[in-house]
Design a protein around this ligand. Sequence first.
Ligand code: GLU
Length: 319
Amino acid sequence: ALKLISQNYRDFYEGEIAKNIVKKVRNSNINPGKLDMEDMKSYQITKSKALCKELTKIIFCGPNLPSSGGILLAQALIIYENYSFRKTYNKKQKLLNIMEFIYNERSSLLADSNFEKIDVDGLLNKDYLIKKFDLFLKQKSFSLNKAKNNFNSTSHFSILDKYGNVISMTSSIENAFGSRLFINGFLLNNQLTDFSFKVKDSSGLVKNRPEGGKKPLSSMSPVIILDKEKNFIFSIGSPGGIAIIAYVLRNIIDIIYEDLDPLESVKSGNYLKKNKKIYIEKNILNKKEFLELSNEKDKILEIPLTSGLGIIMRENKAY
Ligand code: GLU
């Protein structure tokens, strides 16, 4: 496939490769698809601007919709910097609450912005966020959207060259082996399962429902952190399905606000909270510690939350 693409990249969309993709999808034993040559030919690659947000010490840059990663991480960092938590709260407790909040924002408010009107500036407004988060913590009956958990994962690269160019790239086929459909030496992705499986819920049509031409809501979070003068500090990202957001958030907080070495941060174990469930990295984190941090109705589950974090950081950080 690479040889064919190197000679003429349109082969992927119009030639042999495209024909093979269409055939494979339409003839799949399980759940055959309706993909046709017209879909392949009309596919347009779009280039979109990163979502950047200036914070107290850094400038955060991440992906915009249809990935939820950039918006949710920016929201989390704004809350972390500005919300006055109870004095007794430690870092983990703050993060567990923030994670539960942003995962709820994700499943109720976000989708492909070419199909749904989404006020990104509004979602990143400090006053809106602090008020809503405060209500979330106080209102025990907050309606939690029970979107599926998908901690499956593929891969992430952070690369820095000698000229100072940086790439943060999550290269996803949705989970290991993607859709399990294989042609011309590569696997087809399974990204469509990032759509909501439910079209409607109690509050009406679900924003991330499947529609023709629409992109499913991703959690991929290739992020670049700059100092206030726009100099590179570090690049970060991870595979991990929706857990990506929790992995990347915890490490940004450790590196920027706790002054931890990236390696120490990665090694210290992953955790995330969603819909009253706290997931902790098995064999690394201590369940007892999390029992003390949790609320009465929370459930704690020990699972292999292995990330795949890729971080490259400038040595002499000066922020
Ligand atoms: N398809 C998922 C997403 O975009 C998984 C990403 C991954 O871990 O590769 O959120």
